[in-house]
Every structure is written in C-alpha cells, then in structure tokens.
Design a protein around this ligand. Structure first.
Ligand code: PGA
Length: 278
C-alpha cells in the first residue's frame, strides 16, 4: 500500500506574507488528517518562512527546481544544499513550464510550448541524481503536449522521458524518487485528463520503472497525476490504483480547495480525519 501524496505547487505566486498566511491555513485545515503525505512547494524566496510555519506539522516543504552543482558561478540558481538549508525535503524537477522541447516536435507546433527555461531530459536526469544524492526527494515531471497526444505519441513521449531521467540511477536514487504525470494540455487549463486515461498512463509509467529498476521499486514508487486537479474531480482520480496522489497548481493556492484535496486523498487510502471521521 503506497501512502498518497498531495503536493501544492505554488509556482511564481505568493510573496512571503501571503505565503505564511496560506501555509498557516493549510496547517490548520489539514490538522488531524491521516494517511496522506502533504507537500507545499512555495517559491524559493518563501521556503524558509513556510518551513517555519510547517516545521512542527507533518507537512513537508519542497523546492520547485534546483541546479545540479553544489555551488559556484551560476547566477540565479539554487543548489540542493541550499534547498536543504531552507528546510526542504522534496524538490520538483522537470516541470513542463521549465522544459524546452524544441526539435523534438515538428515545426508548426512550437508555439504550443510553454517552456522558456530550457530544462530537458538530460538536465532533468542530472538534477534528479544530484538532488537524491544530497538527501532530497525528487518529484520528477513528465507529460505530453496536446499535439503529441493528437498524433498518438503519448505513450512513446512519456516512456522516453521516464527512461531518460531514470537511466543510470542507483537503487537509492530510485527509492527517493516520485514521478508526476502531467499532460501539458491539462495544466492550468481546467481541462483535466480523463481519470481512466490518467490511470492508464500512470500504469504505463510504472511499467517503465519496473523495466528499468525492477518490480519491487516500481510497486513502491508513488506516481502522481497533475493537471487541473480540483475538489470536484479528485475523488475519481484518487480512486484508481496507479494514481498515488496529485501535483496541484491552481487549486493549491486557496487553503479550502487544497485541504479538500488532502482530505479526499486521505480518504482514498482509508485514512481521513481522526477528529471528525470525515
Ligand atoms: P494546475 O497545475 O493544477 O494549475 O493545472 C498543475 C501543475 O502545474 O503542477
């Protein structure tokens, strides 16, 4: 039985005052919930203040990105050690908003790309290894563009991304890793992936992990779905066997909706609230 995760990716939202308020509301709103791991990924600037709020609660803090070197002349970047020093336990890597996939898809579809930061399969693989070696737990994202889905390329694209970032990983690195399946067309659009289809792709990812790392590691690995997860669709997603939680953007920016997602994930795992039984 895998413990589900509900992770809130705040992206580039919330100054420190707003971040503290939101974190406090999530701590309060999720108090007593059992059976679900809760993660908050504020912007880098707010990591320390959010950690101050969450440190006596079961809520973990995550970075949204990092660089693979420990230190040096890398203006604007943060290292795994820096994230650890802010209290991070997790780090999100290879989010589609950071990936650049030019050259992989045909000309004419490039305007669909949201990425401006140039992460790619090779750099994400380096980041994963550096993060895990430093003691962070990477949440590594993969997912197809709409144009790729329309051409029937979803399984090939997602499979290739997962093989690329898991290649050469040690058992320890693999055991630290969580994967998030995030179809790019579902992110921030309100257009959630059909639950059965999301479960199918998460199952496909688990199959690739088994191929690369063995069945035991694949069975233990949490595979999340991300892309327009909301209180009104979360139960359908969480009910399916290969979806072990959510990576949530928009609905994590309000404590009420994020706490509703946490409660649904806990319930799906047979947990729930120790206070109200809900
Ligand atoms: P969304 O974002 O929930 O706003 O679609 C998900 C993500 O980007 O992780």
């Amino acid at each position: 039985m895998r413990t589900p995760i509900m992770a809130g990716n705040w992206k580039m939202n919330n100054t420190n005052c707003a971040a503290v308020e939101l974190a406090k509301a999530v701590v309060e709103g999720s108090a007593g919930v059992k059976g679900c791991e809760i993660i908050l990924a504020p912007p880098t600037t707010a990591l320390s203040v959010v950690n101050e709020v969450t440190k006596d609660s079961p809520i973990a803090v995550s970075g949204q990105n990092m660089y693979w070197e420990e230190s040096g002349a890398f203006t604007g970047e943060v290292s795994a050690q820096m994230l650890l020093s802010c209290g991070c336990e997790y780090v999100i890597l290879g989010h589609s908003e950071r990936r650049g996939r030019f050259g992989v898809i045909e000309e004419g579809f490039t305007e669909e790309l949201q990425s401006v930061f140039g992460d790619n399969d090779a750099t994400v693989a380096k980041k994963l290894k550096a993060a895990a070696d430093a003691g962070l737990k990477p949440i590594v994202c993969c997912g197809e563009l709409l144009s790729e889905r329309e051409k029937g390329m979803t399984d090939a694209i997602v499979g290739d991304q997962v093989r690329a970032f898991l290649a050469g990983c040690t058992t320890e690195q693999l055991q630290a890793t969580t994967i998030a399946y995030e179809p790019v067309w579902a992110i921030g659009t309100g257009e959630v992936c059909d639950a059965d289809e999301a479960n199918r792709v998460c199952g496909l990812i688990r199959g690739v992990v088994a191929e690369v790392a063995g069945q035991e590691i694949a069975d233990a690995m949490r595979i999340l779905y991300g892309g327009s997860v909301k209180p009104d669709n979360v139960e359908g997603l969480m009910a399916l066997p290969d979806i072990d939680g959510g990576l949530v953007g928009g609905a994590s920016l309000k404590a009420d909706s994020f706490c509703a997602l946490i409660a649904a994930a806990a319930k799906s795992a047979g947990g729930g609230c120790c206070c109200c039984g809900g």
